[in-house]
Structure formats: C-alpha cells, structure tokens
Design a protein around this ligand. Structure first.
Ligand code: HEC
Ligand code: HEC
Length: 354
C-alpha cells in the first residue's frame, strides 16, 4: 500500500467516525428535546379557567357585595380584622406567617392557605371540613380565635345599621323576602372568591406554548412528573383535588394536628390532609399545615422524603422549585381593588376589644 492510499484511508475512517458521532449526538440531542416537550400533560387537564362558578355567573351586584364584605373589618368583634387581614389579596391571598393572629392577637394552629384558585378545590380547609367557599366564609366571622363575633344576630345588627348594606343585599338577592341574612354573607363572599384566579406561564404551556417555560422549568416539570409528585399534585390546580396522608412513606415529624381525624374521628383519617394546590406556591411561604417549612426548597425536599421515600438531589430540588415558579400567576389588580365601604352610623355597635 502506498503512503498516499494509507492517508486517504485514515481520512476516510476519521470522516466516517465523525459523521457517526455527529449523527448520534444530533439524535440524542433531539431526543432530549422531544422528551421534554413530550411530558404527558394530560394529568394536569386544562389551563386555568376564567372563573370557578359551577353554573352561571351571578350578577355583578352579588360579586360587588362579596368584595365589600371581604374587606369589612366591622365583621369582627373589635372591628379590626377582615378576611383580607389573613388572606391579603395583593399578596397572593396569604400573610406569609406560620400561623395568623386573630382577635386580640391570638395565634391559630394552622397556616392560612391562599384564597386564590381555592374555590375549585374538592373542599375547603386543610381538613376539608367546609364543602365550598360559600359555607367556608361563614366560619371565621364567628370563630373566637379569628374574627370572634359573638353571634349571627350581632353580625346582622352591624350590617343592618348601615343603609348601604341593606340596599346592597336587596340588590344582590332580589328574589328574596329577607335578603340580609347570615347565610347570604357566605354566598356573596363566595361569589367574589370564585373569580379569584391567577393565570400563570404554566397555563400558556398547557395551552401549547412550549416557550412559556424556561428549559430549567421544563426539566423541573419532568422531575416533578417522574419522581411521582403528580400522583397527588395533579389537575388544573396542581393539587386541591384529593385527600392524602402526610408522611406516607415515613412518619411526618409533627403529629400534633391529625388532619381529617379532628373532623371525622375515624382512625383511617389520622394525618390525612387535603393535598394543597401548588398554584402561586413560590409566593406563599411558609409551608405545610402548620407553616413549619420556611422555604420552598425545604418543602420540596420534605415531600420527596416523607411522601415518596426519595432523597432528591440539590439539582432535582432546584429544578422542581424552578418549575413551581411557573405556577406564579397574575394578580387581578382591578378586580381586587378595595371598595369604599359604607359609613358607620350611630346605630352601628361599637368595637369590642375584649
Ligand atoms: C385570623 C386569620 C383568618 C381570618 C380573619 C380569615 N381566615 Fe380564612 N383561613 C385562615 C386559616 C388559618 C385557614 C386554614 C384553617 C384550617 O384549615 O383549619 C383558613 C382557610 C380559609 C379558606 C380555605 C382555603 C383552602 O385552600 O382550603 C378560605 C377559602 C378562607 N379561609 C377564606 C376566608 C374568608 C372568606 C374570610 C373572611 C370571612 C377568612 N378566610 C378569614 C385564617 C383566616
Ligand atoms: C402522596 C401524596 C403526595 C405526594 C406524592 C406529594 N405530595 Fe406534596 N403534599 C401532599 C400533602 C397531603 C400536602 C399537605 C401536607 C401538610 O401540610 O401537612 C402536601 C404539601 C406540599 C407542599 C406545601 C404546599 C403549601 O402550600 O404549604 C409542597 C410545596 C408540595 N407538597 C410539593 C410536592 C412535591 C414537589 C412533590 C414531589 C417531590 C410532592 N409534593 C409529592 C401530598 C403529596
């Protein structure tokens, strides 16, 4: 064989090998891209709807009344606490405290969840003890540790003392002979809450816009899906759709609050909680029913360990956290604007600090 021939043979084999490497790397690269875009999104269902009414949207009058009542501090014993004190609408519906101060600064035992996107959950509260937002809203007003009003009658006395409220209830419940009744407070607040939705980049992604998530967020979605978080945090709300045991694989470090057991007193309900929605979760620290996890990375690590028996690597945790950032939505600034509330009259009961 001549030197020239040897050389061209070597060139040829180098060429073949490089082409092979190139093809392979192109193939695996495109495979990686496809895998990211190919995550089965059907587990999340459809993007966030415009509102969470189960039937027809009610009249503006009912929603407007609900907004006033949501901000109404005179629905509390000392006229100093409203729904918005613990569920601040300009702050993703939370107060960022482990537990919230109620009447006379008393601290509750559970973390305040967000009111955004809540109306669509399977039920309300960490333990699901209220069926819907309409029923839920009636609880805190009379709860001695929260707004602490002594009775339904007292609440109605406050509202009836202001002619604007009497008129607003008439307008909101036009077919009723006695529109200003306790139950209707819940119906109005509930109607207002059913439009508290926060569309996020993840919704654009669900709708088919693959550029709505960064590549790290897509990676995080993949880890979130593949490690099994989606077994519980799924659907449009990425949670909120079922009850599950907290500490499924390993006992949860705190067992003081036993979740649904406190409501049903059935052994099978020990440590069963509603799976929370993860929408806006990056903005709603601290985490878990007692607010014991200060930051999201820690909450994610705990979930891996206690729910799935997996020690997530730092990289996996950061990717999941990045994905969860894509669930941070837009606050409906105009919709939540605090309305001018009716003036107190000489018939309005005075605040009671005791
Ligand atoms: C003192 C603080 C405080 C006040 C005031 C308050 N809440 Fe809450 N809210 C909480 C806490 C704490 C929970 C969780 C309690 C539980 O699960 O047992 C909660 C739960 C909820 C939930 C359930 C959300 C979910 O994901 O399950 C909704 C909705 C809600 N509150 C709306 C309201 C409305 C409406 C008002 C006013 C009528 C109100 N809250 C007043 C602290 C407060
Ligand atoms: C077996 C069901 C289940 C699995 C699997 C699961 N979770 Fe959870 N998750 C829950 C329950 C139940 C809670 C409420 C726990 C509590 O507060 O006591 C929760 C709470 C959370 C919270 C706190 C939310 C808040 O508002 O306080 C985050 C964040 C979270 N999960 C993320 C994840 C991630 C990430 C994964 C996967 C690594 C995961 N979860 C896997 C059931 C599950």
């Amino acid at each position: 064989m001549t030197e020239k021939l040897k050389l061209s043979k070597r060139v040829a084999s180098i060429l073949v090998v490089s082409i092979l490497i190139l093809t392979l790397s192109f193939f695996s690269f495109s495979k990686a891209v496809i895998a990211q875009e190919d995550i089965n999104l059907s587990i999340f269902g459809s993007p966030l709807p415009e509102n969470m009414f189960s039937g027809e949207k009610p009249d503006r009058a009912k929603i407007d009344l609900g907004r006033e009542l949501y901000y109404e501090k005179r629905l509390s014993k000392n006229a100093d606490i409203s729904c918005n004190s613990c569920h601040q609408l300009d702050n993703y519906g939370v107060d960022n405290l482990p537990t919230s101060p109620g009447h006379k600064g008393q601290l509750g035992t559970r973390n305040s969840p967000s009111v955004y996107n809540a109306a669509a959950h399977i039920a309300q509260f960490w333990d699901g003890r209220a069926e819907d937002v309409e029923q839920q809203a009636l609880g805190p007003i009379l709860n001695p540790g929260e707004m602490a009003m002594p009775s339904e009658e007292k609440v109605l006395e406050v509202l009836k003392s202001m002619p604007e409220y009497v008129a607003a209830f008439q307008e909101a419940f036009p077919d009723e002979s006695n529109p200003l009744k306790y139950e209707n407070i819940g119906k109005a607040i509930g109607a207002f809450e059913r439009e508290l939705v926060t569309p996020a980049p993840f919704d654009k992604y669900l709708a088919g816009d693959t550029s709505a998530l960064t590549s790290q967020q897509k990676q995080g979605l993949k880890v979130f899906t593949e490690t099994g978080c989606i077994a519980c945090h799924n659907g449009t709300y990425v949670g909120g759709g079922m009850y599950q045991k907290v500490g499924l694989v390993e006992d949860w470090p705190t067992q003081k609050d036993r979740g649904r057991y406190e409501v049903t007193h059935q052994d099978s309900d020990r440590m069963i909680f509603k799976v929370p929605s993860l929408r806006n979760v990056a903005m709603t620290a601290p985490y878990f029913h007692d607010g014991q996890a200060k930051n999201l990375a820690r909450a994610v690590e705990w979930m891996g360990k206690y729910q799935l028996g997996k020690d997530l690597s730092q990289e996996e945790t950061s990717a999941i956290v990045a994905f969860l950032d894509s669930l941070t939505g837009e606050i409906p600034t105009n919709y939540i604007e605090e309305p001018k509330l009716p003036e107190t009259t000489d018939k309005t009961p005075l605040p009671d600090p005791n």
